[in-house]
Design a protein around this ligand. Sequence first.
Ligand code: PEP
Length: 251
Amino acid sequence: MSKRTPLIAGNWKMYKTCGESVKSAQLLKSLVDGVTGTDIMIAPTFTSLQPVFNAIKGSRIDLGGQNLHWETEGAFTGEISGDILKSAGCSFVIIGHSERRQYFGETDETVNKKIKAALACGLKPIFCIGESDAERDSNLTFSVLDKQVQAGLKGLVSDDLKDLVLAYEPIWAIGTGKTATSDQAQEVHTFLRASIAKQFDDPLAQSLRILYGGSVKPGNTAELMSMPDIDGALVGGASLDAETFSQIVNY
Ligand code: PEP
């Protein structure tokens, strides 16, 4: 069991209208009322951020954005800055999700700029990395992840990264119903902690929260969370229903 405070984070992707988001957030707030010792975050769509922030006020649920632009402001139609996310109540932001990399051209370089922008304005980045099916089959998992970590955190030092959260999300497990086994996930998390120790230092590696993401559901959370290097979960599909998500929070 990890010594770090667990974080259960919900990524609502492009689901839910404002009204649906608020309803879901209100229900979740009541369902996690008695929770202690676990951090909780939800990331609704941009237009739902402020109303959801109002709905979760007074609870232990934090708010997160699903993306941000690296510039602080300017003529970037359709984009959103860290300061704007903060003004809507966000304390976290998901960066480098595989769907962003796959469909919106995000690269290790843009992910690196976004992590720096998030840290500069006081948002906690949830930095997503993961290998594809083909990369795992070709025994490239560790080299792919090492490259993503090195490039994503390039130019940063240990002191910058106290609020960073790493999320290991094997692409083959996202939205597929195929979860990595707890042993597979633990093996990667051990590797990632060692990689952070090598790139930065051991105290950072020991304090860094590393989440697992990929078809997490109530039935597999306890097993995943029993692993010493799994410090929480980034949950997509199963975070959309407040009851189901609260069962994950209460693993
Ligand atoms: C995600 O989108 O980060 C994710 C892990 O999705 P799912 O839980 O649906 O696999």
